[in-house]
Design a binder for this molecule. Structure first.
Ligand code: SF4
Length: 451
């Protein structure tokens, strides 16, 4: 049996070890039946993207469990409305599933609008809605006319793919919201949209502040701390920058095609990528004074945070990290960010990474690093253990696995309550790695964790 084969032989193509086999990792495919993947569902993908729209009613058409799955685990902050922090659900029961849930959906929309004045509502379909075949679009259209607000169906029922299909469903819903504009005027606006930032713990505000210091204004964020009004005006921007590629590259490409807005990839994770992104934005916005201001900001902030990071770095000698996150672009940034703090990544995987991202990961990591796509808990356990990882970076589903194995854990998902973007985020990251990896608690575990 090969080293990459764990419990299910069909998974072998989704796992590679750098230096031991050709870089031909399979990815961007459906999960294998019978294998409990760490991926979230289609509906969850859509909800992750849309939930930070703060003044919208978010209504889940499905069983109450689907709504509770994503309720209140998001750390997205709002500077205004708190309506998005509610999770509404049609609570479909056996009778609805036999006779159809359309009437219940229409009634729920009417009740919600009466209780919560809003201009916008997203209605998410779940697995069961895909099975019983409720006509979500027709119910939403009629409800919009009846109640005089925008009701946008989010076609995120299961069986149509994986979490990536949910991202796309969310992008389709957003496209319905964006109003056409006079492009000649918009191109001259010299503002940007910031795509793929969900304002976790105020991260979008950190980046907005950096850009303001450079003399660049944000038109709207997709979708952190956004409102129906700001999203509607998205076509007014002259440039789109994309942080979370997995969720937003599709929308960026559509906005380029429909409205001629160019887009570029950025990352604000770690000192290196933050500086690189600020320079790229400055160049795309015309260079000159913007570039000069960016350089002042980069120098000042790097000088300010580097001593802290170097101090932590001394504590991490000999430590190894495992990374399992949603998207490939974040995974790439994390390899570099761990390098900044002197830690080697020995296992890295993603839920929805794309081929070109895995190619970059393969280039960046050291010989012997295990790379895996759409992993399951058994694989994560095996490779974290065999690679001698002291720390796992993941999300809500990976946390218990790390702790049960006696490994330190870093939460890099949507439920975290502290920012990891930009220069202060880089310090927070190093501080968090230190507090988990160097905690005395590992003295009392099986001995695989930090300490
Ligand atoms: S039932 Fe379907 S939509 Fe609901 S949480 Fe489970 S997988 Fe997601």
């Amino acid at each position: 049996m090969s080293e990459t084969t764990v419990a299910i032989s069909e998974r072998e193509q989704f796992i590679a070890t750098k230096g031991r086999r050709k870089n031909s990792l399979k990815c961007d495919a459906d999960s294998i039946a019978g294998c409990v993947s760490q991926r979230a569902c289609v509906y969850c993908g859509a909800r992750v993207v849309l939930n930070p729209v703060t003044d919208a009613i978010h209504l889940v058409h499905g069983p109450v469990g689907c709504a509770s799955y994503t309720w209140d685990i998001r750390g997205s902050l709002s500077s205004g409305s708190e309506l998005y922090r509610n999770s509404f659900c049609t609570d479909l029961r056996e009778q609805d599933i036999i006779f159809g849930g359309e009437k219940k959906l229409a009634k729920t929309i009417d009740e919600l609008v009466a209780k919560h004045p809003a201009k916008l509502m997203f209605v998410y379909s779940t697995c069961i809605v895909g099975v019983i075949g409720d006509d979500l679009a027709a119910v939403c259209k009629a409800a919009a006319l009846r109640n005089n607000l925008e009701v946008i169906p989010v076609e995120s029922s299961g069986f149509i793919g994986n979490k990536s299909a949910g991202y796309r469903a969310a992008c389709e819903a957003l496209l319905k919201l964006i109003a056409p504009v006079d492009r000649a005027q918009a191109a001259a606006s010299r503002t940007i949209n910031y795509l793929g930032d969900f304002n976790l713990a105020g991260e979008a505000w950190i980046i907005r502040d950096y850009l303001a210091q450079m003399g660049v204004q944000i038109n709207t964020v997709f979708t952190g701390d956004s409102t129906s009004a700001t999203l509607k005006g998205a076509a007014n921007a002259s440039l789109n920058i994309v942080q979370c590629a997995g969720s937003m590259n599709y929308l960026a490409a559509q906005l380029q095609e429909l409205y001629g807005i160019p887009y570029m990839q950025v990352s604000f994770l770690g000192i290196e990528d933050t500086a690189k992104s600020l320079r790229s934005i400055a160049a795309a916005m015309g260079g000159g004074a913007i570039r000069a201001k960016a350089e002042v900001l980069i120098r000042r902030e790097t000088d300010r945070v580097l001593p802290y990071i170097n101090k932590f770095r001394e504590k991490f000698i000999g430590k190894k990290a495992a990374v399992y996150v949603g998207g490939g672009f974040k995974a790439i940034s994390l390899i570099k960010q761990f390098r900044e703090i002197g830690i080697e990544v020995v296992m890295i995987g993603t839920q929805t990474g794309r081929r070109e991202e895995y190619d970059t990961i393969h280039e960046l990591v050291a010989e012997g690093t295990v790379i895996l796509d759409d992993a399951n808990p058994a694989e994560l356990e095996r490779f974290m253990t065999s690679q001698g990882a002291h720390l796992l970076v993941g999300g809500v589903k990976e946390r218990p696995l790390a702790y049960k194995l006696g490994l330190a854990f870093i939460d890099h998902n949507h439920d975290r309550k502290h920012p990891l973007s930009g220069y202060d985020g880089a310090v927070n990251f190093a501080q968090e790695v230190y507090s988990t990896l160097c905690s005395p608690v590992w003295k009392y575990t099986a001995g695989k964790g930090g300490g």
